[in-house]
Design a binder for this molecule. Structure first.
Ligand code: SF4
Length: 264
């Protein structure tokens, strides 16, 4: 049995209205991930439509994976979701993926980064951007292709993290070859779905909001498997998601009215 909710969100790029079906009983956190991502994607589409109407071009296209060398952060619910997704893959695909993940771990360990990423994933309090920035830069400097990348295409497209769905640029694609040195122009993000899911999870489990680096997401999810088995009423999970979305959107309206708040 599902309950249908009509959702309306005012975003800086327009009003988003949609219907969401949520199971009436108790559900695990992973059950709310797809609808949360869908709301994020619909908000991104509004941003893209607004950019196109203003004469801008979205440069991101299938087969361009320049940004798939950056460190992608996942919320715990997304890490659990990714693990579920990988577990149901055919054995040969799963084996190939796990081999690439192991190779990536070896490279990161050799570069002295794996332990730092682990500290990020297990931090007992939120890590300030200033502390994350050098880690992100060191990771990007290695130019390690995402372990889920195959022939410059995302092999987990339907299950890819929210952070991957949100990153679109309106600057020329060539600039993405060096995302540190070049002044790329990302499409504004009205609400960061990974952060929203992370905040919901933090509230539910009384833990600090955390983001898990993608290369270690499966390991992290395995180590925290017991937590993933907890369940909550579906409507209450959706309420918490929407509550955090409204807060993000309210902040985003303020930031866009006062760009100096964000340095934009
Ligand atoms: S998950 Fe997919 S889209 Fe995201 S960085 Fe990896 S290959 Fe790229």
């Amino acid at each position: 049995m599902v309950e249908r909710f009509d959702v309306a969100l005012n975003t800086p790029a327009g009003r988003l209205t949609t219907a969401i079906d949520v199971p009436t009983g108790l559900i695990p956190i992973t059950a709310i991930v797809p609808v949360t991502r869908r709301l994020g994607e619909e908000a991104t589409q509004l941003e893209a439509q607004q950019a196109l109407a203003a004469g801008q071009t979205i440069s991101c296209k299938m087969g361009c994976a320049a940004c798939c060398r950056m460190l992608v952060p996942l919320s715990p619910p997304e890490a659990f979701s990714l693990r579920e997704y990988v577990e149901q893959l055919p054995t040969d695909r799963r084996t190939m993926l796990l081999t690439r993940l192991r190779d990536t771990k070896d490279r990161l360990t050799h570069a002295g980064l794996w332990a730092q990423l682990n500290d990020v994933a297990e931090a007992s309090k939120p890590i300030p951007d200033a502390a994350l920035d050098p880690i992100n830069r060191s990771y990007y400097a290695l130019r390690i292709p995402c372990p889920y990348l195959e022939d410059e295409m995302c092999s987990i497209y339907e299950a890819r993290p929210a952070a991957c769905r949100e990153l679109l640029v309106t600057s020329p694609a060539e600039l993405c070859q060096d995302l540190v040195q070049n002044p790329v122009t990302p499409l504004p993000i009205a609400m960061r779905i990974g952060s929203i899911l992370g905040l919901v999870w933090g509230t539910l489990t009384h833990s600090p909001p955390r983001l898990i680096p993608l290369p270690m997401a499966l390991e992290w999810a395995e180590q925290h498997n017991d937590e993933s088995r907890q369940t909550w009423p579906g409507a209450s999970l959706l309420d918490q998601v929407l509550d955090n979305m409204w807060r993000f959107l309210s902040q985003e309206f303020t930031n866009r009215r006062n760009p100096r708040n964000t340095g934009r």
